[in-house]
Design a protein around this ligand. Structure first.
Ligand code: HCA
Ligand code: CU
Length: 383
């Protein structure tokens, strides 16, 4: 078992896989804005839609190639020489080639045999390398492919000098153990870097990306908020959260305070809200409610927080306006209101807040009114 994450790179595919999201219709300005935000966050790579998709796609790729940036620019192409030539002409640093190796893809997509796949891809890889272009070769739908076939193709491409081979869980069926096993075997089979691209159809995309890294993958594909075909792929923020909770130092290379801004930007462009259960940036990600939790968090936040929200420029909230409230949280609230109340008074106030919350939905103003003594809740009701 390798299990140590040495170094890794993020290939941010919001402007490629993310463009395949239901709401992904980016204008040139949108793309430049998103690219600049991701550059400020510090991702190592941006992957854009192939320039062959449409004249606008080509113009946008050229525009992003010209912008001032730290990230390396990639585009995602099929195994076709004309597409590779156009990509290079647009000024990219690297090209991600993909081709389906599963029986489904071979039968219903491109109709090429394994030998044909190797021959065509070899020619393109050799040409791209001769142009000084960073080159990746990936097999779409890897997990439903015959692994002996896939490994034959990967080895052939490794021998031609590709920088990376890519494993794609195109339909989101992989689980962490399978991902770990496949990537571990691949790590033994090739010398080049390994990329993982995982869809989230069964909710394992973040976990699978982690296992890929633990098994020796070097590059992970993400999109902001995980947008992509169907319900998308590994999310940028989810991967960051996953790695942060192993070792904060793994993600210190990024400007974490940019995460929420990047997500808000992309959410607005594709017409969604940031879901409440999004790691780190979800509205309730640092919301503490039950008395047992709030008591501990008020003393030491790490008791119920695996992630320090301050690292992301985010605050936490302590919720008192409900029947699960604890008197420690009430004491803390009283102190912040400048009220010096005895323990007996605080315990009585807590009882009143609970009684009121059993009657109706309450707010923080109700809590404060009880503490100020302007709202008194008796056993029999309000007075
Ligand atoms: C797709 C292709 C892809 C490619 C992944 C890769 C996938 O279905 O549109 O290049 O490694 O999920 O297989 O996104
Ligand atoms: Cu995909």
């Amino acid at each position: 078992m390798q299990n140590q994450i040495a170094g890794f790179n993020i290939i941010e595919s919001t402007l490629r896989e993310g463009e395949q999201f239901e709401g992904g219709h980016f204008s040139t300005e949108d793309k430049l804005e998103i690219a600049a935000a991701l550059d400020a966050f510090g991702v190592e790579y941006l992957e854009l839609t192939t320039p062959i998709a449409s004249p606008k796609s080509e113009a946008d790729l050229r525009a992003i190639a010209r912008m001032p940036r730290q990230f390396r620019l990639l585009t995602h192409i099929r195994a076709r020489m004309d597409e590779a030539r156009l990509a290079v002409d647009c000024g990219v640093d690297g090209v991600d080639i993909y081709i389906g190796t599963s029986a489904y893809m071979r039968q219903y997509s491109h109709g090429r045999s394994l030998q044909e796949i190797i021959e065509t891809s070899r020619e393109i890889v050799v040409w791209l390398k001769s142009q000084g272009i960073e080159t990746r070769f990936s097999t779409e739908d890897t997990f439903r492919s015959n692994l002996a076939d896939v490994f034959t193709v990967y080895r052939a491409m490794d021998l031609e000098g590709v920088n990376r081979v890519g494993v794609a869980d195109t339909v989101g069926i992989a689980d962490p153990m399978r991902t770990y096993n496949l990537i571990s075997s691949l790590r033994q089979a090739v010398d080049c870097d390994i990329e993982f691209h995982g869809h989230n159809d069964s909710g394992c995309a973040i976990a699978n990306a982690l296992c890929a890294l633990q098994a020796g993958a070097t590059h992970i594909d993400t999109t902001v908020l995980g947008i992509g075909e169907r319900n998308g792929i590994t999310s940028l923020g989810g991967l960051i959260a996953r790695l942060y909770t192993i070792n904060r130092d793994l993600v210190r290379k990024y400007d974490l305070t940019m995460l929420r801004e990047v997500e808000q930007l992309v959410a607005a462009k594709v017409g969604i809200e940031i879901p409440f259960n999004t790691p780190i940036t979800g509205r309730t990600a640092f919301h503490h409610k039950a008395g047992v939790h709030t008591n501990a968090v008020l003393q030491n936040p790490t008791s119920y927080e695996a992630i320090d929200p301050a690292d992301f420029g985010i605050g936490r909230s302590i919720d008192l306006a409900h029947r699960l409230v604890g008197w420690n949280a009430v004491r803390d609230r009283a102190a912040s209101l400048g009220l010096a109340l005895s323990e007996d008074t605080l315990r009585e106030a807590t009882r009143q807040i609970k009684a009121l919350a059993d009657e109706r939905r309450i707010t923080i103003e109700d809590v404060d009114a009880v503490l100020h003594g302007t709202l008194v809740v008796t056993e029999v009701g309000l007075s």
